[in-house]
Design a protein around this ligand. Structure first.
Ligand code: 5GP
Ligand code: ZN
Length: 114
């Protein structure tokens, strides 16, 4: 989608520090990390948010979650623990309107999130 920063990362027209990528998913380091490890996992296809995912996206959503676990393994936080977050919509704190999972690790997480 034109003007979407994560579509540009997926297309390779914007730089990103990749963790891994395949034909439908890209995992890359957040530009402003909120933890020692902060990876974003996105579908290449532009889905606005979790609220915009359709029943036909269920398998993809499962693969995105599995990709988040793989990103945690590849960045070395799987053993110590990590958090996976999907902010959805304005009150969910979403600022980029292309669905993404945050994978945060490398420090203790508090609860509840702000
Ligand atoms: P949200 O607030 O939508 O849940 O998360 C968006 C995240 O994307 C933020 O953590 C922000 O730092 C990150 N971000 C925004 N633009 C870019 C970008 O162009 N490249 C990368 N790598 N991260 C970005
Ligand atoms: Zn997009």
């Amino acid at each position: 989608m034109q003007g979407c920063p994560f579509c540009r990362v997926a297309e390779g027209t914007a730089p990103a520090r990749l963790v891994f990528a395949d034909d439908e998913i890209v995992a890359f380091h957040d530009i402003a990390p909120r933890a020692p490890v902060h990876v974003l996992v996105i579908p290449r296809r532009h889905i606005v948010s979790l609220a915009h995912a359709s029943p036909g996206d269920r398998d993809l959503l499962g693969r995105l979650l599995a990709a988040a676990a793989e990103a945690a393994r590849q960045t070395g936080v799987a053993a110590t623990g990590y958090r996976v977050v999907a902010n959805s919509g304005a009150e969910g704190g979403q600022t980029v309107s292309h669905f993404h999972l945050h994978v945060l690790g490398g420090r203790p997480m508090s609860w509840p999130p702000g």
